[in-house]
Design a protein around this ligand. Sequence first.
Ligand SMILES: *[C@@H]1O[C@H](CO)[C@@H](O)[C@H](O)[C@H]1NC(C)=O
Length: 202
Amino acid sequence: MAFLPYLLALALAITTASSSSFTITASLIGSSLNGQIINAGGGAFYLGLAAPSTYCPTQIKPHCPEGTSTVLVGMMGQSGIGAMSVMVPGGQQVYVHEYGALGFTQAHSAFIPPGSFLAGFNSKTIPASISEPSRQVISWKAPDASTEGILACPDIPDYMIGIATHQIYARTPKFNLTDCVVLEGLLPSLLPVGPPTVWQYT
Ligand SMILES: *[C@@H]1O[C@H](CO)[C@@H](O)[C@H](O)[C@H]1NC(C)=O
């Protein structure tokens, strides 16, 4: 019976991990961007997308979950790292490109562009105002603490024009865009405990 406490601990660890999955919206009280859903697409994160881009391999169909939201895990813990909530073996890591664009790794690949940051995400408290209660948002800080913050930028790739409005960035030391909206952060909405709702994001 010695293994029983171990199994219980394991079950608890798994439950705890999966209980922290969440969707994210832009947080900026008083802005038209506040509350807008952030979706994954083309290896990056956007406002304005109706749904994330996802993929289910033909060998797995029809067993893929058919989730239509962008679900993440981590980002608010000590490690400062985050990932997409996916079923694909190996998972998909969230990272910050050296010029600030938030991205995530492709399935079956650990490739991260040189100069990118894997960690640096954190949980930040936005104090209460007259109209709003205080809230916890996800932010990002450079390893040397020289820059920080999350931004929504209207400079989007050509293939996103007409379907997305803003791309999500972190203020890295090399971030160089000037027409962005500085967000308070990414507001997480925790989801009920359960398995990932997509196979992989693309
Ligand atoms: C500015 O940032 C973009 C990415 O957003 C990058 O492609 C470009 O090389 C950067 N320019 C300079 C001068 O660093």
